[in-house]
Design a protein around this ligand. Structure first.
Ligand SMILES: Cc1ncc(COP(=O)(O)O)c(C=O)c1O
Length: 353
């Protein structure tokens, strides 16, 4: 049997999934207990009185073109967060299984594992090598009860890409032994190629993408789990039947329209120039010790005086992310790159010249 199935919780493999109302758009819908009228103010094309199409065909086709993977390898989710939640529920048995992650990294991997009652094993990223992952160390930490291995590239909050060769070594060594999850939430800001082409080579690889960041749709909640079709089938059993709300689906379709994609590429280039501008400005501040290189739409900085940095920006009406809860980031902040006016206002607050 395929390893994406044998690694899964038997309850999920054997689950008889919920059977939602048949999707037959050409027929008059009298099978889903919906109201026959639209609510006041409804601006959607399909009507908010109707349940949305589960895994909307048009959206999946657009994602397939965008991510260059077959439609069968895609599950549209409520953001990367839902993909993480689904993977945890499919693969982690309470009190038995574990995830392996690099530290510091995105907090939801750990939270989702803990919600599921699973353990978290961590290996440190190396700040002396630009927060690089050491594949030998990571593979040394792997044990048979580790079902999910998270690799975030570009990594949140350190903003660096993980080395492709290191990722390949890890994928090769763990193929069939664990689901290796490469989270590419920020890949569009990196000018590096996505690793979706590896899905053919490594059947137990899963890749997370999102429309929240480069497509400016964080409020709509749309992402994608890209994986072997057998894993996608399992995830379809677990995801609620009407996960993506109709306004969200329509917003995602607009965002993935060719003209809008071209426009968002232009905006993305603008933000990358703004990232350089903000990075130089931060480096010139007397409160900042180091600005780390970034492959994302945010900057990691180490402060000389973190309390003053935080109080000055707050006094100016701005909020940045305090990272002191991470043991390896005792004087660090994460700052999203904003518009020129926002970036200038921030630099003004911290006395950058
Ligand atoms: C690395 C990473 N992965 C996934 C997500 C989840 O994003 P969303 O659920 O909006 O797609 C985030 C959000 O900040 C993130 O930083």
């Amino acid at each position: 049997m395929n390893a994406v199935v044998t690694l899964a919780r038997p309850e999920i493999v054997n689950l008889k999934p919920y059977s939602h109302a048949a999707w037959r758009p050409s027929l008059t819908r009298l099978h889903a207990n919906e109201a026959p009228w639209r609510p006041t103010g409804d601006t959607t094309n399909a009507g908010l009185n109707r349940y949305p199409e589960p895994q909307p065909h048009a959206l999946i086709e657009r994602m397939a073109a965008l991510y260059e993977v077959p439609a069968a390898a895609i599950l549209a989710t409520r953001g990367g967060d839902e993909a993480i939640d689904l993977l945890s529920r499919i693969y982690l048995r309470a009190g038995t299984d574990a995830i392996l992650q690099c530290a510091p990294t995105f907090g939801m991997y750990q939270v989702a594992a803990h919600i599921q009652g699973a353990d978290v094993i961590e290996v440190p990223l190396d700040p002396a090598r630009g927060w690089a992952v050491d594949p030998e160390q990571l593979l040394g930490a792997w044990q048979p009860h580790v079902k999910l291995v998270y690799l975030c590239s570009p990594n949140n909050p350190t903003a660096n890409m993980l080395d492709t060769e290191a990722l390949e070594t890890i994928c090769r060594a763990l193929e069939g032994k664990a689901i290796v999850v490469i989270d590419e939430a920020y890949i569009e800001w990196s000018r590096c190629a996505s690793l979706t082409r590896w899905l053919d080579r490594f059947p137990t690889l899963a890749i997370l993408r999102t429309l929240s960041k480069a497509h400016a749709l964080a409020g709509a909640r749309v992402g994608a789990l890209l994986a072997h079709p057998r894993l996608i089938e399992l995830a379809k059993r677990v995801i609620p039947p009407y996960a993506l709300a109709q306004p969200t689906v329509e917003a995602a379709l607009r965002a993935l329209d060719p003209a809008e994609l071209a426009a968002s590429r232009g905006r993305l280039e603008g933000l990358l120039a703004e990232r350089d501008y903000l990075s130089k400005g931060l480096a010139a501040s007397p409160l900042v010790a180091k600005v780390w290189p970034s492959n994302a739409n945010f900057l990691l900085i180490d402060c000389l005086d973190i309390d003053r940095f935080l109080s000055s920006t707050l006094a100016g009406g701005m909020i940045v992310r305090d990272l002191r809860a991470y043991p390896t980031l005792p004087r660090s902040l994460r700052i999203s790159v904003g518009s020129r006016a926002q970036n200038d206002a921030l630099l003004h607050c911290i006395g950058s010249t």
